[in-house]
Design a protein. Structure first.
Length: 499
């Protein structure tokens, strides 16, 4: 068996693997990251690795897992080092990343985490936790009191375990110690993620630490950012390939695609890494970039995930190898692009072609079932928002109705062969109730799912230009099956393209 990757074995890594172009141990920690999953290690940690190599600084990362302990144990056993595999059409490369100094499991080291948040050396807290972990009621502009972590932290704010509670307690301790507040940078796929997180943190503070809320409102920076890099779940093949390329055993190896993008509002009062060394773009307003990505990439991803999974296509690359489905992906991107305002320096047609190539990458095994999870959290931004814009602009709305119909069919929780699957959605119980009440009637099912709060706005629920094609498509899917409807929809697109 190969030796395990770590500080003592790093120098023995094979030449095929790129190693950190700096001495990791000579740089201190300046970032606490909440949510140290595969995406962070394929994205922000890599940009930080590039920044350390080019400009140095005490910007290494203390990574935090809010739930599991496995990734923490794997990283700590390797002194924070891990292998990133980049899979492209021309082969796979390996890079050992050194930007993570150590990792902490919040469930068993909560006080250690709070000490790190209080530490004056910590200048930035970054997050990739997904929207459901925040516990924010976006529509109400408040915290979600029913969220387990929010409820627990409001009851015991000095011993927090959730995102909002940890941030507020960390800021409280810094204020008491006379330490400047850290900047809080959300890297989750959410529109205006900085503004959303700022709202949630202040709302939590007003309930738990009222005198602290005004301080946070005045003094704490919450820049928004837009992130993009497809990062499939790592498997045994990932670990085996990492060992083959590095010559070292790595229990924390991950894989990703060649493309990576990070657009950031440059609002860091106490400094930041030179993330531009890795290609990050600093702008005054992230919103146009995130809207383009959410609607064109993420929206198409959601559509193809539901239609593809229900069609028996396990991976995105399988969807793109299916001519009918690939045509519907292209249609969806075009419809999404039509809802966007022009953006200087961006050719949306070229952007769409780049997305199609990325989706088709045969080396990336991105599961449609993985993308399909958390639909009620994703659809408002990815499908509902552009659908409303399409109605207002008079541009095609059917692609969004098709995506919504496929999600509704997915909500039945069973394949056409009768196999059941978990929806993996935070509102699974409400969805199950809606499905049960419909009794197999497509129109009733559509009405029940459209009525779920904060998923589809009233404008879409009541506008027949959206609702009618949705019910029609859903009814045909439930009566005829997914595949015939996909093929019929593709033929419709082909006829229109021929004129």
């Amino acid at each position: 068996m190969s030796e395990r990757l770590g500080s003592a074995t790093l120098a023995s890594a094979r030449d095929a693997a790129a190693r950190p172009a700096y001495d990791p141990a000579s740089h201190g920690t300046g970032i606490v990251h909440l949510g140290i999953g595969a995406f962070h290690r394929a994205h922000q940690a890599v940009y930080t690795d590039d920044a350390l190599a080019q400009a140095g600084g005490d910007w290494r990362i203390l990574g935090v897992s809010l739930r599991s302990t496995g990734v923490v144990d794997a990283l700590n056993a390797q002194d924070g080092l891990y292998t990133l595999l980049t899979r492209g059409s021309d082969g796979t490369t390996a890079r050992i990343v050194g930007s993570i100094a150590t990792a902490v499991a919040a469930a068993r080291s909560g006080e250690r985490l709070l000490v790190a948040l209080q530490d004056p050396a910590t200048k930035i807290v970054t997050l990739t936790v997904t929207e459901k972990a925040y516990g924010i009621d976006r529509a109400a502009g408040d915290v979600d009191e029913a969220h387990p972590a929010v409820a627990a932290d409001l009851a015991a704010p000095g011993n927090p375990s959730g995102v909002l509670g940890l941030l507020v307690e960390g800021l409280r301790r810094r204020r008491l110690a006379g330490t400047a507040p850290f900047a809080v940078l959300s890297c989750d796929n959410l529109p205006e993620n900085g503004k959303l997180l700022r709202m949630g943190v202040i709302a939590f503070a007003r309930r738990a630490r009222p005198r602290l809320a005004d301080f946070i409102e005045r003094r704490v920076s919450f820049p928004s950012s837009m992130v993009d890099r497809i990062t499939p779940a790592a498997g045994d093949e990932t670990l085996a390939e990492a060992e083959r390329l590095t010559g070292l055993r790595d229990e924390a190896a991950i894989e990703t695609e060649p493309f990576s993008q990070w657009v950031i509002e440059d609002r860091f009062p106490h400094g930041r890494p030179a993330w531009e060394a890795g290609g990050a773009l600093f702008v005054d307003d992230v919103a146009p970039y995130e809207q383009m990505k959410l609607r064109m990439l993420n929206g198409a991803h959601s559509m193809l995930a539901y239609a593809g999974f229900l069609s028996g296509r396990g991976f995105v690359r399988d969807v793109m190898a299916d001519p009918a489905l690939a045509l519907l992906v292209r249609r969806h991107m075009a419809a999404a692009a039509a809802t966007l305002k022009p953006l200087s320096g961006i050719d949306r047609a070229a952007y769409a072609e780049d997305l199609l190539k990325r989706f088709s990458n045969p080396a990336i095994a991105h599961q449609t079932y993985q993308i399909a999870m958390d639909g009620t959290e994703k659809l408002p931004q990815r499908i509902a928002a552009p659908a409303i814009e399409a109605l207002e602009r008079g541009t095609p709305v059917r692609p969004f109705a098709f995506a919504a119909a496929m999600w509704m069919r997915y909500c039945l929780g069973r394949s056409e062969a009768g196999d059941t699957y978990a929806l993996r959605d935070p509102r699974e119980a409400a969805i199950a109730s809606a499905v049960s009440s419909a009794g197999g009637d497509a129109s009733v099912l559509a009405g029940a799912l459209l009525a779920l709060p904060d998923v589809f706005p009233e404008r879409l629920r009541s506008d027949e230009a959206f609702r009618a094609p949705l019910v029609e498509i859903l009814g045909r899917v439930m009566a005829e099956g997914v595949r015939p409807v996909v093929e019929a929809e593709a033929r419709m697109v082909e006829r229109r393209e021929r004129g």
